[in-house]
Design a protein around this ligand. Structure first.
Ligand code: PLP
Length: 395
């Protein structure tokens, strides 16, 4: 019998949809031409690239020439920050970001700091939201860029993007948003939200791994990050990954077409899971904003428990979850996001992120709750901290 698999780690990556695989396959087999070639055999590849760019432009409300395909969300983030710092060095050397960004932003900022860039890391409140007043006060005459993520990958909180864009515009500062978790899940309009640059990645929305995009508003000066050939309007060298790009566009198109119904479905399931866990398991809470959050994101905290032990036991029951972002799991440091929302170290260790997707069913969540109740109770039985707590209660 097949081992049961309840996949609830869709923020880490997703299963490709069959339609996406079907759209990609011909470009890996008979239509393998290089989109930059002159002969007519490559025309289909060229057309596929052009059509894919049009799909993305349509979703973001921008022009085709403002979409640049990259190798992943991390590349898009690196490009936006490093190239802006270089291109706008004459104007200033100050970047504003937040304490809860993905490491693709935070580690890039640390690298930039070693190269003379000053970075302000904004605080967030207990729900993970930045303070717009603190943002505005952080702007200096030398500020060249504000980079605030659209939605957080660990706790799901959605930032006030339009308001941030308005502040950036008012002060003549560029605004980049890492929308890797939000793209295809919530409506985004780069014009309405005054976004100058935006990162997205295909594998978070049932597309293939190894392909991303950076939206760059016309007029933003940033130059090449990957040097070489003249692809992507001479701004991103490298033979275009046509199967990947076609798959990304297909996944984005499907996500956009079903966005509202998927969001409603996942929000309902998410709230059901939260409600059951909060009422049926003692000493637990939800991390992140209760309503301003990604439809499919649930982040729990369990007192007296190690997140890693919980994950191992859930895995034995066939349940895939995460105790923080996929990139930091395996490290014993508590999540920087949970520390930033004010959790003390010992509580930040007891987190569990479950992220729902297209395939998630209510029965899956019932199975998760039943297992969670049992596992949490067992782990607490072994916890000296819990024993201590019970002893104090009795006094
Ligand atoms: N930014 C955020 C918010 C993410 O969640 C991730 C992936 O987890 C990335 C960036 C990196 O994207 P990629 O895996 O495509 O490099």
């Amino acid at each position: 019998m097949d081992k049961k698999l309840i996949y609830l780690d869709n923020a880490a990556t997703t299963r490709m949809r069959q339609e996406v695989v079907d759209a990609m396959l011909p470009y890996m087999t008979e239509l393998y031409g290089n989109a930059s070639a002159v002969y007519s055999f490559s025309d289909t590849a060229k057309k596929a690239l052009n059509d894919s760019r049009a799909v993305m432009a349509d979703i973001l409300g921008c022009e085709k020439r403002e979409i640049y395909f990259t190798g992943c969300g991390s590349e898009s983030d690196n490009w936006a920050l490093k190239a802006t710092a270089e291109a706008y060095a004459a104007k200033g050397n100050h970047i504003i970001t937040t304490k809860i960004e993905h490491h693709a932003i935070l580690h890039t900022c640390e690298w930039l700091e070693k190269h003379g860039v000053e970075v302000t890391y904004l605080n967030v409140d207990k729900d993970g939201l930045i303070d717009l007043k603190e943002l505005e006060e952080a702007i200096r005459p030398t500020t060249i860029l504000i980079s605030v993520m659209f939605a957080n990958n660990e706790i799901g909180t959605i930032e006030p993007i339009r308001e941030i864009g308005e502040i950036a515009k008012k002060h003549g500062v560029l605004f980049h948003t890492d929308a890797v978790q939000a793209f295809g899940k919530v409506p985004i309009s780069v014009d309405d939200m005054h976004i100058d640059m935006l990162s997205a990645s295909a594998h978070k929305l049932h597309g293939p791994k190894g392909v991303g995009l950076l939206y760059i508003r016309q007029g933003v000066k940033i130059r090449s990050f990957i040097h070489g050939g003249a692809q992507e309007r001479k701004r991103r060298a490298g033979t275009e990954n046509i199967p990947g790009i076609v798959g990304f566009a297909k996944a984005a198109e499907l996500a956009a077409a079903t966005m509202q119904e998927s969001a409603e479905r996942e929000t309902k399931l998410r709230d059901y899971l939260m409600e059951r866990v909060l009422t049926e398991i003692p000493h637990c809470w939800v991390n992140g904003h209760r309503t301003l959050r990604l439809p499919g994101n649930v982040s729990f905290g369990f007192q007296f428990i190690e997140g890693e032990s919980l994950l191992i036991k859930l895995d034995k029951a066939g349940i895939c979850g995460s105790s923080g972002s996929a990139c930091t799991s395996g490290s014993l440091d508590p999540s920087h996001v949970l520390l930033a929302i004010g959790l003390p170290h010992e509580l930040a260790h007891g987190s569990l992120r479950l992220t729902l997707g297209d395939d998630t069913q209510k029965e899956d969540l019932d199975y998760v709750v039943e297992n969670l109740k049992e596992i949490v109770a067992k782990l607490r039985e072994m916890s000296p901290l819990y024993e201590d707590y019970l002893r104090k209660l009795k006094k």
